[in-house]
Design a protein around this ligand. Structure first.
Ligand code: FES
Length: 136
């Protein structure tokens, strides 16, 4: 069974192959919905697209961003929503496009990520809203 290591939380959990990363984190008491640079984390823990739509609109709010710092090859490929959010400037929902903010190769939305093997996860990665890349 795959092992998921949450680096900041210093916690490791064993999950079934194909398990949803966000769902497994919730079961383990880890909040991956940390809003934008931690702002809104306590609210986003409950108010997020997965909770509000019972998973039907997962991938829409962007508050569950994580970095897969090891084992990206042990996850499913980017979903269409992740690709649109990370690779293009056209996702206008609550947290606008996350393209051009850095970490594009390791950033995932936890609610869209399936765990297929061992991975390491960094929760709540910082977004530099004033960095030279954000508005490029
Ligand atoms: S919970 Fe909304 S994008 Fe993941």
């Amino acid at each position: 069974m795959p092992i998921v290591k949450f680096v900041k939380e210093k916690k490791e959990i064993e999950v079934a192959e194909g398990a949803n990363l966000r769902a497994e984190a919730v079961k383990a008491g880890i909040n991956l919905n940390q809003g934008l640079n931690g702002f809104g984390a306590s609210v986003n823990k409950y108010i997020n697209c997965t909770n509000l739509t019972c998973g039907l609109m997962s991938g829409s709010c962007g508050t569950c961003r994580v970095l897969i710092t090891k084992g990206m090859e042990n996850t499913n490929g980017l979903t269409t929503k992740e690709w649109l959010r990370f690779k293009t400037p056209i996702m206008p929902d609550p947290i606008p496009c996350l393209a051009f903010v850095g970490h594009e190769d390791t950033m995932r939305l936890a609610c869209c990520t399936k765990v297929m093997g061992d991975i390491e996860v960094e929760s709540g990665p910082e977004v530099n809203l004033f960095g030279q890349n954000f508005f490029s």
